[in-house]
Design a protein around this ligand. Sequence first.
Ligand code: AMP
Length: 468
Amino acid sequence: MKFTELNLNKNLQDAIRKAGYKEPSPIQEKAIPAAESGRDLIACAQTGTGKTAAFALPILNRLEKASCGYIRALVLTPTRELAIQNFDNFKKYGRYMDLRTVCIYGGAKERPQIMQLHRGCDILVATPGRLIDYMDRGIVSLAGIEIFVLDEADRMLDMGFIHDIRKIAAATPENRQTLLFSATMPRPIERLAQELLKDPEIIKVAPTTSPAETVDQKICFLKKEDKKHALSVFLKQADVRKAIVFTRTKHGADRLVKDLGKENIESIAIHGDKTQGQRQSALERFRGGKINVLVATDVAARGIDIRGVTHVYNYDLPEESESYIHRIGRAGRAGASGEAVSLCDSEEMGLLADIEHMMGREIPELKTDWSVELERRARGGRRRHSHRAGAGRRPSGHRRYGRIAHTERSESFRRDGGARAERSESFRRDGGARAERSESFRRERRDGDRASCSRRRSGRRPSAVRAS
Ligand code: AMP
């Protein structure tokens, strides 16, 4: 399909050409005509699929007839970064139009935002907290909203915005058009959609549990105390041009930046405790290539569109399996290929089981030369070369490589109590039969240290299984 086949005005066609887009992405191909029809829409698409244009283009097309003096479209997003990104996209696609887009979010000065609003606003991009604040103070009225977009709805619910969303929706006219975009469709999202949408068309471009195909995924088994060293070795590889490292906590992100600094690797952290200015400046420096390693928590990194990310490292495995998909989706965006490596210690085997179960397949194990050094260290032998000198080198002989790999793997199997082997056997046997997979998963749950993790997650698992 071509963009010219979509019913978009000439200004938008020109802007699309200027953006360098050759053809609509699958989500755009489906969502744009659906949104144009005026119907409510549920679109299940991961970030990186072109989902922003999928709602921005029909909004701009519909509001074409210049400013009416009130807000006609509202895009609600979970994070400040995503709000800014959406705003930038509206600017990009609406560059030849007279419509005004305003972006409001917390953690930034109010005055410039309020002045922007007073100058006139057709499209408002907002995070829930700041929007409600302005609504309560009479700064913003949503009485003229024609189109209401919930962007990354699953993330908004994860972040506890459900009451805010309800309040915001209630302040918009009942006859509005509602477009709900979500990477995953767990039960709470289904319930929210039932509450807010009328007879929606449902669009799905890729199974929610299938990670971006362009990302080469690897798992690396190691001890917790070896993670720092392994990561620095990975980051020093020549082909790592732009990397995002994910940590579970804000504190962990800050600590890792310091630790990497000691290894002469300059990195920068973004997380919820940083001010908006710090986060933006970190992103700018990373985008512009001044710094090649960004250390991020899930919430801070969600939805961020940075081109040219070659590698994603999961320094900690995510607590939520779905976050794994979002994380690795940072690499290999818009058709470019990327690599995602997860560092998994013995305490994280349960989380790995969850992720692999959700995807219905194993992540291949990575064997690199740093394990040579780690093994030597584990045996108490002297290291032949320094960390830095060893970085990026491939093992010299296949035999040695194979032996190390084998040793490493059997160690990981021992830690795992054989569950990984059993799991892959069950995957092979069932050829996709969900029931069997669940049974194998239940078996694993009974195993040792996975039990507590699984108990914690047992409420989530069924919906993820259904989604797959
Ligand atoms: P999104 O999923 O909206 O975050 O978009 C991911 C990236 O894909 C952004 O950098 C967009 O500029 C880019 N993009 C969106 N639509 C297209 C398209 N049709 N062709 C090429 N790139 C696109």
